[in-house]
Design a protein around this ligand. Structure first.
Ligand SMILES: Cc1ncc(COP(=O)(O)O)c(C=O)c1O
Ligand SMILES: N[C@@H](CCOP(=O)(O)O)C(=O)O
Length: 525
């Protein structure tokens, strides 16, 4: 007799873990490392003698030091934000990147400005070829998707000081089935998997830049007495900071809102040896505290208030252009919390436009959770009134932020790109995430927020079926497995969990197994 198969009422029998709450003298010559791809290169390469491996007693950093890049006069510095904003009484206010400064003299934001005139002495085609030539190499430091664009990031840093885990170069995934079957036949839908990365989120892109600059500051000849690097975090900035600091041997200090980040995110800084402070407040409370502490102690601030981070994050935009062979997509959808990343995307695209690598900008969409939606409300007010809020818990816990530090940056990015702000309820974001998973992804809830925004904009016909659209996936779904467990377990109050797929509990018996399979595969056997 075949035993009746039951749908497991709980996934707990599979799980035994606690539930967590939730140039140089400017000359038009290629730098020494530049290998331009062109038709003749292949035959030249075939004729060339095999390249010898570097000496056995030399590492890639030492090898790079033997082949220094040509002297160049590219440079970057801090300026008050927005560009051209008066710096209090000083219209010429600017700071060297070697200064430790996070705010302008009038208390506003700062921005990293590049000497665009120096960069513009080279045509767009030069930069496209240069960046393309560096993809997929192990040459230090260009094996990194960030440092392969070093001239646009931190042009003056010595490769010797760079702390890189060869981040970036992330997959641009063609979401064929999701677009075709669930979004009205979208043909050109892509997901930029920024979360398939060293610490599982896009934060690695910015952190390599920030920690490299700290490394430069701490070492001779600058020898600044920086005791450590600190951040407030909803779990991803802290993971990235801890990993890069551990790689460089620099102390990391992270302030986390107790019981508001995932277990996977919590274990990351612990494993990397950071000083982890679990604080009885939300992210905005942690952010206030870290700002006070870094003003008192020689601890360098690693949050995106520090504009250095955004120089690394903007390379994701350049990478997208590169992956489309320098064709500009129509839409980029980014989940927003502290709102540095939406500006970083704009900055990357705009730099490529100004320098002639491309000829236009994509439209940006910033997607927020309805439970933490200060930017959405600001947008809906016609940009008249910004109201910080106490953000409510959301499955997209890394964007549970009510008082985003980069709100002004986000507004600039959205206005310049004819952008849109959208929001997603908890049910919308969890369904969008789960549906994407059904088409082969393993998305995080923040990516769910961006996908839910896409569903709405398609329904409203704002985004057309043939529009080339890129959804930015900001973290790896494995960091947020508890939210998926709760969803598939149908344990979420007031949520139908439409795409739940609980495991079937079945007796280890041939007949019982056959019964289940015949039911499940009815009409297909
Ligand atoms: C996974 C994830 N997605 C999106 C965001 C939002 O990025 P931003 O704070 O730059 O808006 C964050 C952090 O805030 C995050 O950790
Ligand atoms: N999601 C972030 C929040 C802090 O953002 P930041 O970009 O200012 O560091 C995190 O993971 O901590």
């Amino acid at each position: 007799m075949a035993a009746a198969a039951t749908h497991a009422s709980s996934l707990s029998f599979l799980l035994s873990r606690p539930h967590s709450s939730s140039p140089h003298q400017l000359r038009l010559r290629r730098p020494a490392d530049h290998r331009v791809r062109c038709a003749t290169d292949a035959s030249a390469a075939a004729a060339a003698p095999a390249k010898h491996r570097r000496a056995a007693d030399e590492n890639i950093r030492e090898e790079a030091a033997r082949h220094p890049a040509p002297n160049n006069d590219f440079s970057a510095w801090y300026e008050p934000f927005p560009p051209g904003a008066p710096g209090g009484d000083n219209p010429d206010e600017r700071y060297s990147l070697d200064e430790i400064v996070y705010r302008s003299s009038s208390g506003g934001l700062l921005d990293v400005r590049h000497d665009m005139e120096a960069l513009a002495r080279f045509p767009g085609s030069y930069w496209r070829d240069l960046f393309d030539s560096r993809i997929g190499r192990t040459t230090w430091p260009y094996g990194s998707g960030v440092w392969s664009k070093k001239e646009f990031v931190l042009p003056e840093i010595d490769p010797e000081h760079i702390v890189s885990l060869f981040e970036g170069n992330s997959n641009l995934f063609w979401a064929e089935r999701l677009g075709r079957d669930h979004l009205g036949g979208m043909k050109d839908l892509w997901v930029k998997h920024c979360g398939i990365s060293h610490t599982g989120s896009f934060k690695d892109l910015g952190m390599t830049v920030l920690v490299s600059q700290v490394n430069r500051l701490r070492r001779a000849p600058l020898s600044r007495p920086i005791a450590g690097v600190g951040c407030a975090s909803t779990g991803d900035t802290s993971a990235a900071l801890s990993a890069y600091c551990a790689a460089a041997g620099i102390p990391a200090i992270v302030f986390l809102p107790a019981n508001r980040i995932s277990l996977e995110q919590l274990i990351q800084p612990i494993a990397n040896g950071a000083t982890v402070l679990s604080l009885d407040t939300d992210f905005d409370g942690c952010m206030r505290l870290i700002r006070e502490v870094t003003a008192e102690l020689p601890i360098y601030l690693a949050n995106s208030l520090n504009s250095l981070r955004l120089e690394g994050q903007k390379t994701a935009a350049i990478e997208i252009l590169q992956q489309f062979d320098w064709e500009v997509p129509d839409w980029i959808i980014v989940p927003g919390g502290n709102l540095g990343n939406i500006y970083a995307f704009y900055k990357g695209f705009e730099m490529c436009r100004v320098l002639g690598l491309v000829d236009r900008l994509p439209r940006l969409v910033c997607a927020q959770a309805a439970n933490a939606n200060p930017l959405y409300r600001y947008y809906k007010s016609g940009w008249t009134e910004f109201q910080p809020q106490v953000a409510e818990p959301t499955f997209a816990s890394a964007i549970q932020i009510g008082d985003p530090v980069s709100v002004d940056r986000a507004v600039v990015a959205l206005k310049a790109t004819n952008g849109i702000v959208a929001e997603a309820t908890e049910e919308e974001l969890m369904n969008a995430m789960s549906l994407a998973d059904r088409t082969g992804m393993f998305a995080c809830p923040h990516t769910g927020v961006a996908l839910a925004a896409l569903f709405k904009l398609r329904e409203q016909r704002v985004i057309g079926p043939n529009d080339r659209t890129v959804v930015v996936s900001t973290a790896h779904g494995l960091k947020f497995s508890q939210s998926k467990i709760d969803y598939h377990d149908r344990k979420i109050e007031d949520m139908a969990c439409k795409y739940a797929n609980p495991p079937v509990s079945v007796k280890a018996d041939f007949g019982a197994v056959m019964d289940v399979l015949k039911t499940r595969l009815k009409g297909k056997l």
